[in-house]
Design a protein around this ligand. Structure first.
Ligand SMILES: Cc1ncc(COP(=O)(O)O)c(C=O)c1O
Length: 370
């Protein structure tokens, strides 16, 4: 990737007003990874820009303004996205044209409630939310969701729920935007894109973070019937987006994913890690739940397994892990879900380092053993 960057940077870099072979070649490779009829891509530099552009396309296509997000989500740092953010502190009030839906969370399902009833109750809430748009004279434009529900706490949202709310969104005349900024490019270990798990084809997909492996490049992928009318009405120009250097870097990322079999590797390493964490849960009562897909793993830390109340020392555990040389973060409404998203080069040996360090930290911090 670094070679590709240096090679192209020493040859030529231009903005995208001029078409360049590297950009076209990369666009074609990228589009080969998604499902028909997704066949147009627009390049940006950050996930925020990609989501902003996706909202503009959705609003242009639907004539609506309403945005549905999931509660405790994050999609970017612009004003339009801050106004729909409940996952991080923001100074902007939550927008009157937006709604934040509560997700079904199997780990916190009420005792005695069946999985089916749990999903049905949340689908019902979704219907009521759509009705509230109608009652307030707001036409919905888009449902925007992260397909791994990362900031929300990596909730294991039932597939059936996602399918149903996608259908309801479309019935209401709005579009479905899959935010793949965190789950995309194979991290899930089963598919290239997180949306695949739900058997849906979004109207718009937004990409970022792993696309350039640290280099700032992002994209929107959508259908021609959405992209083309938008392009006729709006001249989308972005000085740095998808320039030839970024395109060569992003192409090198695809090369590495393919050549090193990183998707399979994410599955194998992720399963090893989760098995190890479940084993640790047998010794440390603070580990309430272990979940995730591929190399995106979450550990919900609880004060006690009965009440599932948030563990108060999650932040201290993250810092103690940093002192052991293992970087992780925390997320979720109560900030008690450890979020483990290593680089895809992470292998079994590194997973073992993590497991040993976590075992030592939990033991040292004196968390009640099971
Ligand atoms: C799901 C999701 N979408 C969008 C963004 C915004 O991306 P960026 O920071 O590149 O603007 C983030 C960043 O953390 C994210 O997690």
């Amino acid at each position: 990737m670094v070679d590709a960057l240096c090679r192209q940077a020493s040859r030529l870099n231009i903005h995208t007003r001029y078409l360049h072979g590297s950009i076209v070649a990369y666009a074609e490779r990228l589009l080969a990874t998604v499902d028909a009829p997704l066949s147009r891509t627009l390049f940006c530099c950050t996930g925020t820009e990609a989501n902003e552009l996706a909202l503009r396309i959705a609003r242009t296509a639907t004539g609506g303004t309403g945005i549905i997000v999931t509660d405790y989500s994050y999609h970017g740092n612009s004003q339009a996205l801050a106004e729909v953010t409940t996952g991080l502190p923001v100074s902007e009030p939550f927008a009157a044209h937006a709604r934040a839906i509560t997700l079904p969370d199997p780990y916190h399902r009420a005792p005695g409630m069946s999985a089916e009833d749990h999903v049905a109750a949340h689908v019902d809430q979704f219907r009521q939310m759509l009705a509230s748009f109608h009652d307030n004279g707001v036409k919905p434009a888009a449902l925007l969701f992260d397909t791994i529900f990362s900031t929300e706490g990596l909730i294991d949202v039932p597939v059936d729920y996602v399918r149903q709310i996608v259908d309801l969104t479309r019935e209401a005349g709005a579009l479905v935007i899959a935010d793949e900024v965190q789950p995309g490019f194979g991290r899930m270990g089963d598919h290239f894109w997180g949306y695949k798990r739900y058997g849906i084809i979004p109207d718009i997909v937004t990409l970022g973070k792993p696309m350039g492996n640290g280099h700032p490049v992002s994209a929107v992928i959508t259908r021609p019937d959405l992209a083309d009318p938008f392009g006729e009405q709006s001249l989308y120009f972005n000085t740095f987006a998808g320039n030839p250097v970024s395109a060569e870097v992003a192409a090198a990322v695809l090369d590495v994913i393919e050549q090193e079999g990183l998707i399979d590797r994410a599955a194998v390493t992720g399963n090893h890690l989760k098995d190890g964490l479940r084993h640790l849960a047998g010794r440390h009562a603070a580990i309430g739940d272990v979940r995730g897909r591929g190399l995106f793993t979450a550990i919900e830390l609880v004060a006690d397994r009965e009440s599932k109340a948030p563990h108060p020392a999650a932040g201290a555990i993250v810092n103690a892990m940093r002192d052991e040389g293992v970087l992780m973060s925390r997320t979720g409404p109560a900030n008690n879900v450890l979020k483990i998203r290593p680089p895809l080069a992470f292998g079994i040996d590194e997973a073992e380092v993590l497991l040993t360090a976590l075992d030592a930290v939990l033991t040292r911090m004196g968390h009640r053993n099971v």
